[in-house]
Write a protein that binds this ligand. Structure first.
Ligand code: HEC
Ligand code: HEC
Length: 399
């Protein structure tokens, strides 16, 4: 019996071994090919445009306005002063690079927030104008490396050629700041996925018709980061469907933990606020940039009030016009900022704020004497006015 069985079993074993060997070889091959693909995969990019941007006064001024008051490059590329309300960027190190993100902060690797001044060694000194333009809207550095998409190039790609050129012209005027920073080193697999994001521009980006305030506002809300911060997202930073501008997005950092406000036209959002009132909320920060408000860094807000305060009324108005067209979403958000909600429930905010008949814009009279009926919801403007009028610590005073 043994003898007849044996010849039958042996070929079976051999066959199994053969299959196993083939399977192993195929797996090894797949891993090698896959690893080579992943390792050598290059992001899509085109040669940097060959342009020399003339720094005309008008162009530099337009670029300065966009950077300082709209696109907020310094919110990431400069250290911010969290002892001041809204954390304005420090003038002393203007665009000289922000503090790197590290694994200790939960980041997958080390991320440098680059120095954008014209320093040769540590800034953009050796970059051509075209290379900076390409990085800004198409997301690769001068060697074709994909930029980590925290740099919102996928949003800036909507900037017209005229505006993008103006931004580069302005950056070129910055005095060099020498600031050696650690190299960026993003861990796998994130390092692979980010390579799939850059997309070259294949046509000129025209400027929008300035009479179309809704479209202008849509663009401003994108490049100003309003849409990013005010739309709730999942852990992969993808916007939640049907929740555009509905607020509640959690942001955590040196400023503490906050939730962004609902900016949709729903009563739990901008509600009955008029265009003038909306503009007024921002303009209230124009004078002293909110420095009247004493704030502990951990009770601060990433909402860059003092930068946006100097946005033109036309641009702020355009953002309002656009926000009026987005779907109203019911979402009562407690921003977590006593400066904004005073710890009072925001659910009672359905009452229109148009009770005083005067615009919220600081008309030279102290805002606190406006005779406005006490509202169930205090805005940053209220807090600012109270602080200016009474020197009371607004955080302690809000209990
Ligand atoms: C939300 C944060 C954020 C904002 C806002 C931002 N950036 Fe960046 N930017 C980054 C990060 C992070 C990097 C580095 C990405 C990397 O190295 O992978 C970067 C990289 C760059 C680079 C490439 C520099 C280099 O040395 O590789 C340029 C140029 C740049 N940004 C310009 C700008 C300009 C101009 C603006 C405003 C219009 C801006 N950035 C706004 C986060 C930001
Ligand atoms: C970096 C994130 C961030 C960006 C960018 C940002 N916001 Fe905000 N915003 C917040 C947070 C957080 C709050 C709530 C805390 C506060 O009021 O400061 C807020 C509050 C507000 C409020 C106050 C609402 C209220 O009822 O009190 C308005 C209005 C507003 N943002 C409009 C805008 C607009 C318009 C833009 C773009 C031009 C913008 N925000 C960009 C984070 C951001």
């Amino acid at each position: 019996m043994e003898q007849t069985d044996a010849p039958i079993r042996r070929p079976k074993k051999r066959l199994l071994r053969k299959i196993l060997l083939i399977a192993l070889t195929l797996t090894a091959l797949a891993i090698t090919v896959g690893a080579t693909f992943v390792g050598t995969y290059r992001p899509a990019y085109r040669p940097a445009p060959e342009v020399t941007i003339q720094p005309t006064a008008e162009r530099v001024e337009r670029g300065r306005y966009l950077v300082e008051n709209v696109t907020g490059c310094m919110q990431c590329h400069t250290d911010r002063d969290w002892t001041l309300y809204g954390g304005p960027a420090k003038r002393s190190s203007w665009l000289g690079g922000g503090e790197s993100l590290t694994p200790e902060q939960g980041f997958p690797g080390t991320l440098r927030l680059p120095n954008l001044t014209s320093d040769d060694e540590t800034g953009l000194g050796r970059w051509s104008d075209g290379e900076i333009l390409r990085a800004l809207r198409e997301g690769v550095d001068r060697h074709g490396r994909a930029l980590f998409p925290m740099m919102p190039y996928h949003v800036y790609r909507h900037l017209s050629d005229q505006d993008a050129t103006a931004i580069v012209a302005y950056l070129r005027t910055l005095a060099p700041i020498e600031n050696p920073q650690p190299a960026t080193n993003v861990a796998f697999p994130v390092s692979f996925f980010i390579k799939t994001i850059p997309q070259p521009l294949d046509a000129p980006v025209e400027s929008l018709d300035s009479a179309d305030t809704v479209r202008q506002g849509e663009l401003l809300a994108k490049v100003g980061g309003c849409e990013f911060c005010h739309t709730p997202r999942n852990e992969r930073m993808e916007p939640l469907p049907g929740m555009a501008f509905a607020g509640g997005h959690e942001l955590e950092g040196a400023f503490g933990k906050v939730h962004s406000a609902n900016l949709t036209p729903h009563a739990t959002g901008l509600g009955g606020r008029s265009r003038d009132e909306f503009i007024g909320i921002f303009k209230a920060f124009a004078g002293d940039g909110g420095s009247a408000i004493d704030v502990e860094p951990q009770d601060n807000t990433p909402m860059p009030w003092s930068d946006f305060a100097r946005m033109t009324e036309d641009d702020l108005g355009a953002i309002y016009d656009y926000l009026q067209t987005v779907a109203p979403v019911e979402n009562s958000v407690d921003s977590g900022r006593p400066l904004v909600d005073s710890g009072r429930p925001l659910v009672d905010s359905r009452r229109p704020l148009v009770d005083s008949g005067r615009p919220l814009v600081d008309s030279g009279r102290p805002l606190v004497d406006s005779g406005r009926l006490p509202s169930t919801r205090s805005t940053p403007v209220d807090r600012l006015a109270e602080a200016r009028a009474s020197n009371v610590d607004p955080v302690a005073g809000s209990q």
